[in-house]
Design a protein around this ligand. Structure first.
Ligand code: SF4
Length: 481
């Protein structure tokens, strides 16, 4: 068994990482820009953050467990030289422990220098590759997928003319979902898996190139979005300029639809679709599919807010702010008991009583995983005097798990897998409960220039699930930080 615990009190999906990189063709303060870029990607991972700068071929790294504002400070950033290339990473992990050895960028020595890797995703043949490498004598410091990718690249370097050939060969070996930013001593490389599960885009700031999980981070450093990296594409940036290659694998493209609903920041544009507009559209379609008479429409912060505005504008029902989210409560720490977890849930969202008192309320949220958050929301709204509470969810029911880098519980632990909509309505004590249809979900991403994945809603995946689940025999021996 993989060392993952299902936190039944964590009622949100967690994504897994944001990646960033700059190739400095100007005289940019590459350290500050990478730091600011990671701030722009903080929503994609809050468990560790890191920056590696390559100066005259040598890597310099600052990384640690924590969010961007706690990992970096003036003192440690001043130790990074303003170099030619940077790679940055923010991480969320599905593991029950926080393994310092797996913080990224991972820096590895190979025969031609150092590689720094920052990755987002899940390699579905990770267990097979790692087992093969271990039988061949490889030693790993962590159970990170990025470490295996780095090892494969360094192995392929032996029979390749250059690093980009080695990366392309590695892409042909990998299965699953990945967007990775890599630096060699003199190149910045970005790769996106042939399905395109995870976003990755290219930007420019002056004459310098930027790679980022999302366009919002390019905007936040004053850069200009150029284009998305295409599924199966590898881009290479060095002193010769910018080059693009494709790996041999051609696959059905399959961008994660949940990026538009929940994961990405609303000010990002992914594969031709503006995330804010997609969320508003989800609210509009949700109203058309599931209208209701009510006095106010409210969203559950943060990702329910845009959809609530869409629902309000399509219905003509007044939009109102009913909840204040305490942004300073992070992920529930390991080892915390059920009572404390329930208390944390209560303090995370607080209702504004005078807004909802005596009203028929439509409340919009992005998803239901275990149902405890929805039940809590309905209860506090009713306790605050709401006459009726109508729950509308801006995605379809989560019925199946995800194998492609989104930390969803196992199918059997998803509440919509165990109860139909009416049973679930009763469980959360709502006056009505409706979900966006799968067709509606696809409509929000109209104009997306690649195919879409809806596997966790339909059970139809465009890539193979992992055949073997990696078992880390030493996981419980790693110190919990
Ligand atoms: S299965 Fe669901 S969460 Fe996973 S990539 Fe597909 S749409 Fe995203």
């Amino acid at each position: 068994m993989r060392s993952v615990v299902v936190d039944k009190y964590r009622d949100k999906v967690n994504d897994e990482c944001g990646v960033f990189g700059i190739f400095n063709n100007d005289d940019l303060d590459i350290v500050s820009l990478t730091h600011d870029g990671l701030f722009g990607l903080q929503h994609r991972g809050q468990e560790s953050a890191g920056i590696t700068v390559i100066n005259e071929g040598e890597p310099y790294t600052v990384k640690d467990l924590g969010i961007v504002s706690t990992v970096f400070n003036e003192k440690n950033l001043s130790k990074l030289p303003s170099g030619k290339i940077s790679v940055g990473h923010v991480r969320y992990t599905s593991h029950e422990y926080l393994d310092r050895a797996a913080t990224q960028p991972l820096v590895m020595r190979y025969m031609e220098g150092s590689l720094a890797l920052a990755s987002n995703g899940a390699i579905t043949n990770f267990a097979e590759i790692r087992q093969k490498l271990e039988i061949g004598g490889a030693i790993f410091q962590s159970n990170s997928h990025a470490e295996v990718v780095g090892y494969m690249i360094s192995t392929h370097v032996i029979d390749s003319d250059n690093i980009e050939q080695a990366v392309l060969k590695t892409m042909n070996d990998l299965k699953g979902a990945y967007s990775i930013v890599i630096s060699s001593p003199n190149k910045l490389i970005g790769v996106r898996d042939p399905h395109g599960f995870k976003p990755l885009c290219l930007g420019k700031i002056n004459n310098s190139y930027v790679l980022s999980s999302e366009s919002c981070a390019i905007d936040s450093i004053g850069g200009e979005f150029v284009r998305d990296i295409q599924p199966g594409e590898m881009v290479v940036i060095d002193d010769e300029g910018f080059r693009s290659y494709y790996c041999d694998k051609k696959k059905t493209t399959s961008l994660c639809l949940f990026e538009y609903i929940y994961v990405a920041r609303p000010d990002s544009i992914i594969d031709g679709v503006n995330v804010n507009l997609a969320r508003r559209k989800a609210g509009e379609i949700l109203f058309k599919e599931n209208p209701v008479d009510a006095d106010i429409v409210c969203g559950v912060p943060d990702s329910g807010l845009d959809a609530a505005q869409g629902y309000a504008s399509a219905s003509g029902i007044k939009y109102a702010t009913a909840f204040i989210k305490n942004k300073y409560i992070g992920r529930t720490p390991d080892g915390v008991g059920a009572d404390k977890k329930q208390r944390l849930l209560k303090t995370r969202l607080n209702v504004i009583k005078n807004i909802v008192d005596g009203k028929r309320v439509v409340i919009i949220d992005d998803s239901i995983i275990h149902g405890n958050t929805s039940a809590h929301i309905v209860k506090v709204l009713k306790d605050a005097g709401a006459k009726e509470v109508h729950v509308r969810i801006s995605s379809p029911e989560f019925i199946h798990s995800c194998y492609f880098g989104m930390d969803l519980p196992k199918s059997e632990d998803l509440i919509s897998n165990r109860y139909n909509v009416e049973e679930l309505r009763k469980l959360i004590n709502a006056d009505s409960l409706k979900f966006l249809s799968v067709d509606g979900l696809h409509s929000i991403a109209e104009g997306c220039n690649i195919g879409l994945c809806d596997g966790c809603f339909t059970g139809v995946y465009h890539a193979d699930k992992p055949k073997i689940i990696f078992e880390d025999k030493f996981a419980n021996k790693i110190k919990k930080y």
